[in-house]
Design a protein around this ligand. Structure first.
Ligand code: CMC
Length: 377
């Protein structure tokens, strides 16, 4: 008998989830029933996090309570700082993020307590603590000192403050917030599924998140936002160029890349075949950044690549395509883009970890053996 193989688990429905619904037919994404576009237009990232964890929008009292909690758990843990300082400046920032979560887990008094209350506390702490990891890592790579968090700023404002050491303008904060909301959750993607696999063995939350970070690092998943910028860099970024000239160069680059059968990161999706539901909202945020920074030529590159990919293969951009240049314009180093994705996806991962724990079954698929027949020494 030959077993049916679902390579890459494509098309396999592995379990139920009430966290989010991806609908490729209607091109929509719902978090706990709410269209992500509506959430991105109206809510803070902190409110979206509470929605993902609790299943309902927070009351005013819940918002206030989480506001105080989050602001009081932002400082970089000295043990995490010491661990980061041991890592070379040229290691990938995803390695730093993965190590930081591991250190937090190893030191957490509730590490082995998997009660729903303990798990939620750990999720909220991780949410609050992770921005300082990214900000510190970005700064140390530039030879700059740590910037302490500020209590009077919200999550997005404070994230940018700790990274750049100055208050970001409202437009930039808003584009950053939108990216966090859009990156927060996306059903059984590779990293979330990884977190669920680890959780299914009854391992602790920090182990599940650490493993998820490993899965997110790859360019077929979260690493694509960084890879998009490397494409732009390979084509060549020239702020003095006209939008039209940049578009023409990008088109020519794409045609050549596709002739060479290269995979171009930031395009295509396993689930969406007629466009990623999150792209229009993120594209608006990118447009706002391009206008704010006066960098129309970047949109020339963006449009040129998109048009050429569409004409040649009818493959559309995914969320990583507009976030890459958005983070670039904000001033993050290219290698820091995927750690920003971690900061956002901690919410979705931990919501799925809770869901997996509440109704657990060990995740352990079968394989079809295709090695040598039985043989003997
Ligand atoms: N560039 C060039 N060709 C592509 C691309 C691309 N980005 N994406 C798909 N194709 C082609 C692929 O070469 C294949 O062609 P053929 O049938 O002629 O061999 C066909 O389309 C199907 O591709 P696939 O890789 O077998 O399909 P998949 O469902 O496994 O792909 C994907 C999903 C996301 C892995 C893929 O589209 C890809 O590698 N994209 C680039 C990486 C990327 O942007 N990842 C981010 C995903 S979304 C957000 C996130 O998770 O961060």
């Amino acid at each position: 008998m030959t077993e049916q193989i679902y390579k890459g688990l494509a098309g396999v429905v592995a379990d139920h989830t009430a966290v989010s619904k991806v609908n490729p037919e209607s091109n929509s994404l719902l978090y706990r029933g709410y269209p992500v576009q509506e959430l991105a237009a109206a809510l803070s990232f902190e409110e979206v996090a509470l929605l993902l964890w609790n299943g309902e929008l927070p009351s005013a009292a819940e918002k206030q309570e989480f506001r105080d909690f989050e602001r009081s758990h932002r400082a970089l843990d000295p043990r995490v700082r010491s661990a980061i300082d041991l890592l070379p400046l040229d290691c990938h920032p995803m390695d730093v993020g993965r190590t930081a979560v591991s250190v937090l887990g190893a030191n957490h008094p509730l590490s082995e307590d998997s009660s729903p209350e303990a798990e939620l506390t750990k999720a909220k702490e991780l949410f609050a603590a992770f921005p300082a990891v990214v900000a510190y890592d970005q700064r140390r790579r530039r030879g700059l000192e740590l910037v302490e968090p500020r209590q009077d700023l919200d999550y997005s404002q404070n994230f940018l403050w700790m990274t750049f050491g100055e208050e970001a303008p409202e437009e930039v904060v808003d584009a950053f917030r939108v990216s966090m909301v859009l990156y927060a959750e996306h059903s059984f993607n590779a990293s979330t599924f990884t977190a669920r696999v680890v959780t299914s063995t009854l391992a602790d939350l920090h182990s599940a998140v650490t493993a998820a970070i490993g899965a997110l690092k790859g360019p077929l998943h979260g690493g694509a936002n960084e890879a998009v910028m490397h494409t732009f860099e390979e084509i060549g970024i020239d702020p003095a160029e006209t939008r039209e000239d940049a578009a023409a160069r990008a088109k020519a680059w794409m045609e050549q890349a596709l002739t060479e059968k290269r995979k171009v990161m930031g395009f295509g999706h396993r689930v969406y075949k007629s466009g990623d539901s999150r792209v229009p909202t993120m594209k608006q945020a990118l447009d706002a950044m391009v206008e704010y920074y006066g960098r129309g030529e970047l949109m020339g590159l963006y449009d040129g690549l998109e048009a050429a990919m569409g004409e040649a293969k009818n493959i559309l951009p995914n969320l990583d395509y507009p976030t890459g240049p958005t983070y670039h314009l904000m001033g993050f180093d290219t290698e820091m883009f995927t750690p920003l994705f971690i900061a956002a996806r901690i919410t979705g991962w931990t919501a799925h970890i809770a869901e997996q724990r509440a109704n657990n079954a060990l995740i352990r698929p079968l394989s079809a053996y295709n090695g040598p027949d039985e043989r003997h020494l």
